[in-house]
Design a protein. Structure first.
Length: 261
């Protein structure tokens, strides 16, 4: 099924019956990222999962978006379905959206389960800063007027892409040219100021070996979200909810059942 708001189409699926549960996938993910969760939780809940714009079956945004635009679209989606106080399970980038949504529109969010949630800025290492400076110097040289005159726009584009493939992150390299500005806007948005505004009870589930959203991020969220608890899965990485899925399922089901008691 498709939902549309402001000209943006979003693909979503609904499965099961009962109290609604919204699933928000991570960057580069899609509905299918939640297959075991959909399978098991739809036995007692109505599970609603969406493909964020630019992923899965949802078209890319026409203009570069930040987390704010993704959040506003999600809020419009919930209102269209006439849903309030919806329990949310979110991974990585989906956690960014859930944090901003629950802080901005507390009436829309029920309990939150944030696993490997992104949204906090981290200080770049000296090595990373040096690499970034080198990239900017090389990019400036490639895009300079003499380079354009000598090589032409097509070869300049090829050189620019080669630099991206050399210096860019895996997430950035995998994106279309249209989605790269959105990625830059998303990662520059620091959501830490919103954590104290979250009124929803929050369960934080983290992998001890998560290198994408390191454990310290979960620890900060536990400290600054008023009603939050952190569970750490030893040996698990950024996809802790899949790495330790039986544990994830049991803990989250108990947490959500308690919310409905």
């Amino acid at each position: 099924m498709f939902f549309e708001s402001g000209g943006q189409r979003v693909y979503y699926e609904r499965q099961g019956a009962g109290k609604p549960l919204l699933l928000l996938h991570g960057w580069g993910g899609k509905i299918e990222s939640w297959l075991p969760v959909i399978r098991d939780f739809s036995a007692s809940r109505e599970v609603i999962a969406m493909d964020f714009p630019g992923f899965g079956r949802s078209p890319e945004p026409a203009q570069p978006w930040s987390v704010t635009e993704y959040m506003e679209l999600t809020a419009a989606f919930l209102r269209q379905l006439k849903l309030e106080s919806v329990d949310i399970v979110a991974h990585s980038f989906g956690g960014r959206v859930a944090i901003l949504l629950s802080a901005t529109y507390p009436e829309l969010a029920g309990k939150l389960v944030l696993t490997g949630a992104a949204g906090l800025r981290r200080e770049a290492s000296k090595k990373r800063k040096a690499r970034s400076r080198l990239y900017k110097v090389l990019k400036g040289a490639v895009e300079s007027a003499p380079a354009r005159a000598l090589f032409g726009e097509r070869r300049v584009d090829a050189f620019r892409e080669a630099l991206i493939q050399k210096f860019g992150s895996a997430d950035y390299r995998a994106l279309s040219k249209g989605m790269r500005p959105t990625f830059n806007r998303v990662i520059q948005q620091d959501l830490r100021p919103y954590l104290p505004k979250i009124q929803s009870p929050a369960l934080l589930i983290w992998g001890a070996k998560d290198t994408e959203t390191p454990l310290w991020m979960g620890q900060v969220m536990e400290k600054e979200i008023p009603d939050a608890g952190l569970v750490v899965f030893g040996g698990a990485g950024h996809f802790a909810y899949l790495d330790r899925y039986p544990d994830f399922r049991a803990i989250v089901m108990k947490f959500l059942e308690e919310s409905n008691a």
